[in-house]
Design a protein around this ligand. Structure first.
Ligand SMILES: O=C(O)CCC(=O)N[C@@H](CCC(=O)O)C(=O)O
Ligand SMILES: [Zn+2]
Length: 342
């Protein structure tokens, strides 16, 4: 049964080649945590959509959200109208409720990755799955939403990370994400080799990391807050266009600088309960690092996102960001605004 797939996968009991039929299509398990859903019919121009969850093993809300989608599909409450690839990232880490086991999977999505180990192996498998999926559905627009939750509280509990790449983000994406009740957008200033960056960089997909609240154990997530996002994903899997809202309802930021950890005794100079997007004034010392030197806010205020002193040496310990303009609207969206604003 499709709705058992998650439990069976996490228990290690899912048959590697499980497949079956739904009222509106079929499903095919290509390997552990790799599930493709194919519609019997639907608009040929509907996007081929990748939804990934559990790239970090302790981030459970996205896995629960995938479970809700599968249960509703199986119950016939949703009708499949577009190809969908559902990926579970770091299965051993999910079983142990840990962010990762050996190394952070979400820094490994690079085609020339040659590292050995479980997470590099998983990254290669996931990259190959995405390549094959987009190849099988060549000609359709490509989407990828990589679903996460954050370690800290956030001034914007639900926010989008827009990976850096040559491909530009279509304005409709901002409209869909605003209607999905995402509250902020963070534009990356350089390549970051995350999973969403992979799909955008190598496949030109419209691809994003979505942060969906704070890390919590299974059953303790506020799934009601994710209902508008579920509505967006349901529209996509049904082959319908999602609802649109004004992107200016979201706050936009861009990364100014990555704060890296170089020293063993690296430490952050602010409290563990400082929330993502908290702003610091010029002259504030943010981090001490005996190798790289202290990090002090320069002339302009900066906000911190994803601060984490416990990352591996040489890894990103925080993003330093500042507010930016919302992207300019296109003609179509201006028309929508004109008709929705009295
Ligand atoms: O809260 C945190 O510190 C980390 C939450 C998380 O896993 N975020 C992703 C963001 C990926 C990106 O920058 O696109 C990550 O760090 O991998
Ligand atoms: Zn994560």
């Amino acid at each position: 049964m499709l709705s058992d797939w998650l439990d069976l996968t996490l228990d290690g009991n899912a048959s590697a080649r499980l497949s079956g039929h739904l009222a509106s299509g079929s499903y095919h398990c290509h390997g552990p945590g790799i599930l493709e859903l194919l519609p019997d019919s639907g608009p040929i121009e509907a996007p081929a959509c990748v939804i990934s969850a559990g790239i970090h093993g302790n981030e459970t809300a996205p896995i629960e959200l995938v479970g809700e989608l599968l249960a509703r599909l199986e119950a016939g409450q949703l009708s499949l109208g577009a190809p969908l690839l559902i990926l579970l990232g770091n299965i051993p880490a999910i079983r142990r409720s840990q962010r990762f086991i050996g190394t952070n999977l979400n820094r490994l999505f690079q085609r020339d990755l040659s590292d050995a180990g479980d997470e590099p192996e998983r990254a290669r498998t996931l990259m190959a799955s995405v390549d094959a999926f987009y190849q099988r559905h060549a000609g359709r627009p490509r989407l990828h939403y990589d679903l996460h939750t954050a370690i800290r509280d956030s001034r914007y509990p639900r926010f989008v990370v827009e990976p850096f790449a040559d491909a530009t983000t279509e304005h409709a994406q901002w409209q869909w994400l605003a209607a999905a009740d995402m509250q902020a957008v963070l534009h990356q200033h350089q390549h970051s080799w995350t999973f969403s960056h992979y799909s955008k960089h190598y496949h030109g997909a419209q691809a994003f990391t979505l942060e969906l609240g704070r890390v919590a154990p299974f059953g303790a997530n506020d799934m009601a807050a994710l209902r508008p996002l579920r509505t967006m994903l349901e529209a996509l899997l049904e082959g319908r266009e999602p609802l649109r809202s004004d992107p200016r309802d979201m706050a936009f930021f861009r990364v100014e600088q990555e704060l890296m950890r170089h020293a063993d005794d690296f430490c952050l100079c602010f409290a563990d309960d400082v929330a993502n997007f908290t702003e610091f004034t010029p002259g504030t010392r943010l981090a001490r690092d005996a190798v790289a030197g202290d990090c002090v806010v320069g002339e302009h205020p900066l906000a911190v996102v994803f601060p984490n002193a416990e990352v591996e040496l040489g890894a990103r310990a925080a993003l330093l960001v500042k507010a930016s303009e919302a992207p300019p609207g296109d003609t179509a969206s201006q028309k929508i605004r004109a008709t929705t604003q009295p």
